[in-house]
Design a binder for this molecule. Structure first.
Ligand code: UT7
Length: 332
């Protein structure tokens, strides 16, 4: 059986920096509150009209392909994770495939929020393991800034979420010690409404509903403390699932890359598993929470900063809307 090796990583963030002080001008919040409760000092938001989800995904994918020294024509399968889309349908995967100029190559969209990249990685890995494809591109790309309530009413959400994209190129290897060693996925739809955006839905589209502007339904809603409490339990559980499946323990990890939800969640999880913070990749301070893009962005930055080297044992883990959660253990 083949293994899926990660041979290239890429990321892209919009140029437009939004600091906590910028947010103070839009809503009743403070730099102090945001830093203390989330660890964020600034994030990137697109300039409306200048970026698309598929376009940002393309830029991240291009970097990953260049790093892997892989021509787009070698890509056999695209998995594209994003909560929302540039269009109602089709999804961003097809739009990005057109930019890559590889018609006919299958493109699959995944809408599993913050866990989307790990779900995508698991799908890509399975197609490689079964020998179906040799080269798979997995992307997470998000534009949150256009869909959030930037008034005081939406401040719990809008200070966290941000825009960005990340990508990874998977390539089949015969080396059983290398690549994605294991993946673990979970969901629990009983908690769907704890973190969600109800509209637009097929039942409530702008065409169907005259009160489309209703902020209670049209903006994301999150019971922050509730999500937080589940996250700090599910993260360690699913990380241990990956480690137990492969016979490793937390101390064997060279790097832990969590979904960048909140610095306090990251620190709580690291403390619970006794992973020292120097072995934890954190990008939230400057990039906020970019949902499906946060893990591939952080992984690409870790490669760039030399924190991931040949042979590094890296654990990815995510928790988010759905609820969904998952982990992946990778030997680079
Ligand atoms: O991406 C994956 C899924 N998402 C997560 O994992 C996020 C999980 N949750 C969190 O990160 C945190 O719950 C938040 C950062 C969203 C909120 O932090 P918290 O410490 O749980 O605050 P809270 O919601 O309990 O609110 C505490 C207070 C409230 O005021 P009162 O009722 O104590 O007077 C809020 O109204 O802070 C207030 N508040 C704010 N104040 C200033 C909420 N948001 C803000 C804000 N600025 N942006």
């Amino acid at each position: 059986m083949k293994n899926a090796q990660i041979i290239g990583c890429g990321h892209y963030v919009p140029e437009n920096v939004i600091t906590n002080h910028d947010l103070e001008k839009m809503m009743d919040t403070s730099d102090e509150w945001i830093q203390e409760r989330t660890g964020i000092i600034e994030r990137r938001w697109i300039t409306p009209g200048e970026e698309t989800i598929s376009g940002m995904g393309y830029k991240a994918a291009k970097m990953a392909l260049e790093q892997a020294n892989v021509d787009p024509s070698e890509v056999e399968f695209i998995v594209f994770a994003s909560i929302v889309g540039d269009m109602g349908f089709p999804g961003g995967g097809c739009l990005m495939q057109e930019m890559l100029g590889i018609p006919g190559v299958p493109a699959m969209d995944i809408r599993n929020a913050c866990s989307g990249f790990i779900y995508g990685l698991a799908v890509g890995d399975k197609f490689i393991k079964t020998g179906t494809y040799k080269t798979v591109l997995v992307i997470g790309s998000e534009i949150q800034s256009l869909g959030i309530d930037k008034s005081t009413r939406g401040r719990d959400i809008s200070v966290i979420f941000a825009d960005g994209a990340g990508a990874a190129v998977l390539r089949a290897t015969d080396d059983p010690e290398k690549g994605v060693l294991t993946t673990h996925l979970h969901a629990d739809g009983r908690y769907a409404k704890k973190l969600c955006c109800e509209w637009p839905s097929i039942h409530h589209t702008p065409a169907m509903n005259p009160v489309y502007e209703d902020p209670d339904h049209n903006f994301p809603h999150m019971e922050g403390r509730y999500v937080f409490k589940h996250a700090v339990v599910r993260f360690p559980e699913v990380i241990m699932e990956a480690l137990n499946a492969t016979g490793y323990s937390p101390k064997d990890l060279d790097l832990f890359i969590p979904h960048q939800a909140n610095q306090r969640i990251t620190e709580a999880v690291a403390a619970r598993l006794e992973i020292p913070m120097e072995k934890v990749m954190s990008t939230i301070k400057y990039y906020g929470n970019t949902t499906a893009a946060s893990i591939p962005m952080a992984m690409s930055m870790a490669v760039q900063e030399g924190k991931i080297k040949e042979g590094s044992l890296v654990c990815l883990a995510a928790f988010g809307a759905g609820f969904t959660w998952g982990s992946a253990l990778i030997r680079f």
